[in-house]
Design a protein around this ligand. Structure first.
Ligand SMILES: *Cc1c(COP(=O)(O)O)cnc(C)c1O
Length: 351
């Protein structure tokens, strides 16, 4: 079997949710958009529901429909992109709660589903989703009379604790919402770490659940082991891979592994990423190709059968650094070809 093995530690996901929940005295939801950041929204959400999570966020209604099948009736599922044209039946059939972002979404929702639950998003400066001041002034009163489940906004710079945008958005959110009785929510993972004044009534962590920064205390969740297909010896001066981009400067033992950029090993990590034999690093050499990578294993005492690229020794953020990106992109790029295994909820990875 030449597919990589992706192991997802649901026990660690649960532990990360409990640790984040313990930082606040408010409701802790869970963001499982993009198939649970690539790790499986249904499995992740079911595990978190057992830990006590009651509110789940997805990006689009179709994700919500799939999640409803996995979760049954027990949880509230909210859709961050709101109520789009064509969503109405999905929202009804799967009991999804849209977070309305604009006057046109509010009009559509109140017209088509006047008795269906909804939330509201306000823009406090990120200029991505949500009602601006003028819109809000116009609809706040009639919309709040219909009892939204939440009024939320989103922080643009929460992963930089000292960024002046954070207190600025906090102040705008207060100005837009002080005095209302609807539950309020501002913080995702980064905001939760900024302090209790950012917590309001509900927090919405995503990346921290999956072991990513800025939640530095997170337990790693994803482990990825890649099988070695072939091993060869190179003499000094031989070249490796497309474009001859790497040349052996010493006699080199080279392993070819089954996984490439089609599996989410971003090509930008060519010549920079590191594979691991247990706790011993082995440099990736040459270009990452579609289905294969090449790794210098000269310094290992024995030939391994596989090497790991995500493990307690190399987190998603470590790998992201090598590819010039963020842990979020590493996780959500994880390929469909890997064989996936969900570790039992009591299981921990050894190191
Ligand atoms: C993605 C997202 C979150 C979760 O953010 P993390 O940084 O992954 O914790 C929360 N709220 C909104 C509106 C989002 O888009």
């Amino acid at each position: 079997m030449s597919t990589g093995h992706l192991t997802i530690d649901l026990g660690a996901v649960g532990a990360n949710w409990r640790s984040l929940n313990a930082l606040t005295s408010c409701e802790t939801a869970a963001v499982v958009k993009a198939d649970g950041y690539g790790l499986g929204a249904g499995r992740v959400a079911a595990a978190l529901a057992k830990q006590g999570a009651r509110i789940f966020y997805v990006a689009v209604a179709e994700e919500g429909a799939a999640l409803r099948t996995a979760l049954g009736d027990r949880a509230q599922i909210r859709v961050l992109t709101g109520h789009m044209k064509g969503d109405t039946q999905l929202l009804v059939d799967h009991h999804l709660t849209p977070i309305l972002n604009s006057l046109s979404q509010i009009d559509r929702h109140f017209r088509d589903l006047p008795d269906h639950p909804f939330g509201l998003q306000l823009d406090t400066g990120m200029n991505r989703l949500g009602l601006e001041w003028d819109d809000w002034a116009q609809v706040a009163e009639p919309a709040l009379r219909r009892k939204p489940v939440v009024v939320m906004s989103h922080l643009a710079c929460a992963d930089e604790p000292d960024h002046p945008m954070n207190p600025y958005q906090l102040d705008v959110f207060h100005q837009m919402t002080d005095g209302i009785t609807t539950p309020r929510s501002l913080a995702a993972t980064g905001g939760m770490l900024l302090g209790s004044e950012y917590h309001f009534d509900e927090c919405r962590p995503g990346i921290g659940l999956y072991g990513g920064l800025p939640f530095a205390a997170a337990r790693p969740v994803a482990r990825l082991d890649l099988p070695i297909v072939q091993i060869r010896d190179l003499t000094e001066g031989e070249v490796v891979g497309y474009g001859n981009s790497w040349q052996a400067e010493r006699p080199t033992r080279l392993a070819t592994l089954s996984a490439g950029y089609a599996d989410g090993l971003l090509r930008a990590g060519s010549g920079r990423a590191t594979l691991w034999a247990g706790s011993q690093p082995c440099p990736l050499v040459g270009r990452i190709s579609m289905d294969l990578i090449t790794v210098d294993i000269t310094d290992l005492r024995d030939d391994p059968v596989s090497l790991s690229i995500l493990s307690p020794d190399q987190t998603v953020d470590d790998l992201a650094r090598a590819a010039g990106t963020i842990g979020y992109e590493i996780l959500t790029s994880l390929g469909a070809r890997y064989s996936r295994r969900y570790a039992g909820e009591a299981t921990r990875f050894g190191s």
